[in-house]
Design a protein around this ligand. Structure first.
Ligand SMILES: *Cc1c(COP(=O)(O)O)cnc(C)c1O
Length: 364
């Protein structure tokens, strides 16, 4: 008797490894491993979530009309061209599912978000990894990877796990250099954390170009990771194709209510952005002081910093030492970063604490 045989391209997927919440010994620790909002969630969002408890017997609105209308008003978009999903992860999968398949190629950068490779392999497409430029997105390297089989280019900007940011000019150059049949997916999961008036122009491209999809999420700045609400914007034919394979009810009533309330609480968002910018700067300065011990912070525009260990203290030893000290950060050997730790900017106490622990480990 033969057992069911998974598709060979499915068995080539390395399972996604989520950020841990407990230490090796099973103890709860301070979690700086998943880029969640250390300040929590807008109280208005929590209240909206709780009030949805009276509607548990109902299916959600499959067309998410209210959420689309609120997003459209906030960002000056056409609500008909908004897609939504179970986190922006689902939206990324929808893009791969609608626009790539066997025999096609999907490009992303060397230190890119792990979901891109999974989304590409899931549909049988071939992942193509473009080299980085000192951990940052290298537009020329990406363009050099393009062939007639390329269907999608995935870029997170700011990028995860590096935190690096490609400028508006670089994104424009990338888009201009791509053949028009290639879908450019600009993942803006961390767009709210960019400091200064330096948007990458992605939403303008999504408004005007036929081949650009921008994705956004409520999981990071809005503090709603538990509720899995993401969305995207692109030309109507792109969105229409993605809707055909979307699960009919992929976003929940409570999550949608919380997301809408969170969008309205601009005070919470401003407070989070200010907190993050202040402590991200402080964190990078403190890592710079540990330069003698071989530590280096990759410049970040996100809510985390990638710390490289190029001296006697290895990233692995620091990862374990931080865990013993009660801090869980992200060590990413599976993503080509055995020499780096990605550390989320936490509360003031958490950020001071993780730096103090690193300083002790570095013997400084
Ligand atoms: C966290 C993250 C997402 C968002 O995931 P959700 O599914 O919306 O929670 C998307 N892209 C990148 C690069 C991320 O780091």
């Amino acid at each position: 008797m033969t057992a069911p045989v998974p598709k060979p391209w499915i068995m080539e997927i390395a399972p996604y490894i989520p950020g841990r919440a407990t230490t090796d010994s099973g103890k709860k620790a301070i979690k700086l491993s998943s880029n969640e909002n250390p300040l929590g969630t807008s109280p208005a969002a929590r209240e909206a979530f709780a009030s949805a408890a009276g509607r548990l017997e109902r299916y959600p609105d499959a067309s998410a009309t209210e959420l689309r209308d609120v997003l459209a008003a906030k960002y000056d978009l056409d609500p008909a061209r908004i897609i939504y999903g179970n986190g922006s992860d689902e939206v990324l999968h929808l893009a791969a599912g609608a626009f790539a398949g066997q025999g096609d190629e999907v490009i992303f950068v060397h230190y890119g978000f792990a979901v891109y490779e999974i989304a590409a392999r899931r549909v049988g497409a071939k992942p193509i990894v473009a080299p980085d430029k000192d951990y940052a997105t290298d537009v020329d390297a990406i363009l050099a990877c393009v062939t007639e089989r390329t269907r999608i280019v995935f870029i997170a900007n700011p990028n995860n796990p590096t935190g690096t940011y490609a400028s508006r000019a670089e994104i424009a150059r990338l888009h201009a250099g791509l053949p028009s049949h290639v879908l450019l997916v600009l993942d803006h999961a961390y767009a709210e954390y960019i400091e200064g008036d330096v948007e990458d122009g992605g939403m303008e491209l999504a408004r005007s170009a036929p081949n650009v999809l921008v994705t956004r999420t409520f999981s990071k700045m809005y503090g709603l990771a538990a509720e899995r609400i993401g969305w995207g914007y692109a030309a109507a034919p792109i969105i229409e194709a993605m809707h055909r394979i979307r699960l009919p009810f992929s976003i929940t009533i409570a999550g949608t209510a919380a997301a809408i309330a969170a969008l309205g609480d601009t005070g919470f968002v401003e407070h989070t952005a200010k907190h993050n910018a202040e402590w991200r700067r402080w964190f990078a300065q403190e890592i710079a002081k540990l330069g003698n011990a071989g530590l280096r912070a990759v410049p970040s525009q996100a809510n985390f910093v990638l710390v490289l260990f190029e001296g006697r203290l290895t990233a692995e030893a620091a990862y374990k030492g931080l865990m013993d000290a009660g801090y869980i950060v992200r060590w990413l050997p599976g993503q080509g970063l055995p020499h780096g730790l990605r550390i989320t900017i936490g509360t003031e106490d958490e950020t001071r604490g993780v730096i103090a622990a690193l300083r002790a480990l570095a013997g400084a």
